[in-house]
Design a protein around this ligand. Structure first.
Ligand code: MG
Length: 258
């Protein structure tokens, strides 16, 4: 099932896509029609997370391309909720960055509060799966020594286009990045060092995961830079296709440093 978040008659809710033209509200309220035409809906951001928990170096080939050791435990960092944009929204390259890279990632969206969850029970706490781009200012990541600024700019977390609740085998999802239609990154979730359910368990033993929280599961090899005018896509088989245009920050906009 493919799920989006919408507003209809001042009510915001999740709805399943039942045809190219209509959706069916989940948890239907009294008086709500069974199906609503897409044309009557306002599309809302897919997720409103309290936090976005990300995993660094979770694919062997990506650790190798960066010349870094394979981690013994998941390396975690956070992106702020304010970095989230949706499918079709514009990634803005900050004027203060020299190199901004794409990173295609499988995203998990939490459906139930998770605390001290065992790996074998993780699936019950996941609402579904979507495509994400962990946009990263690579120069600032190197310069700062920690990643808050490099990963945290507004628009640096495209997520979408919908939440797929049943993508099949999580350990065999091909994912790829294209820039201007050319394939730049290709991988498979089967190459993750720490697979999705282990990550939910590991993170839930550190912090409470709330419904709507997002976990980005890491990127395979092939990362590279974006430039103004690009169109970047993250495609994951049986999950979705996330396309975002890229622009440079206009010179008359305030920079992040002001
Ligand atoms: Mg990443």
């Amino acid at each position: 099932m493919r799920i989006i978040r919408v507003r209809h008659k001042e009510q915001a809710f999740y709805a399943a896509i039942v045809s190219p033209e209509s959706v069916r509200p989940l948890n239907r309220e009294d008086g709500q029609p069974e199906e609503i035409p897409l044309a009557e809906l306002e599309l809302l951001p897919l997720v409103r997370p309290s936090k976005i928990v990300c995993v660094g170096l979770n694919y062997l080939d990506h650790a190798h391309e960066l010349g870094l050791a394979v981690p013994e435990e998941p390396i975690l960092f956070l992106k702020p909720p304010s970095s989230v944009i949706g499918a079709g929204d514009t990634i803005v390259l900050p004027a203060s960055c020299e190199q901004v890279d794409y990173e295609a990632e499988l995203a998990l969206v939490m459906g139930r509060t998770a605390r001290f969850v065992a790996e074998e029970n993780a699936a019950q706490h996941i609402f579904g799966y979507t495509c994400a781009n962990d946009v990263t200012a690579r120069d600032l990541q190197r310069k700062d020594g920690q990643w808050t600024r490099a990963k945290g700019f507004d628009t640096f977390c495209p997520v979408g286009p919908w939440i797929e609740t049943d993508p099949g085998d999580l350990h065999d999802l091909a994912l790829r990045t294209t820039v201007g239609g050319q394939v730049r990154q290709e991988g498979n979730t089967g190459s993750m060092i720490f697979p999705p359910h282990l990550l939910v368990s590991y993170i839930s033993n550190i912090m409470t995961l709330l419904p709507g929280d997002v976990i980005l599961t890491g990127t395979p090899a092939g990362i590279g830079p974006l430039k103004p005018g690009d169109e970047v896509s993250v495609e994951i088989d049986r999950v979705g296709f996330l396309l975002n245009p890229v622009i440079g920050q206009a010179l008359d906009e305030p920079t992040a440093m002001q």
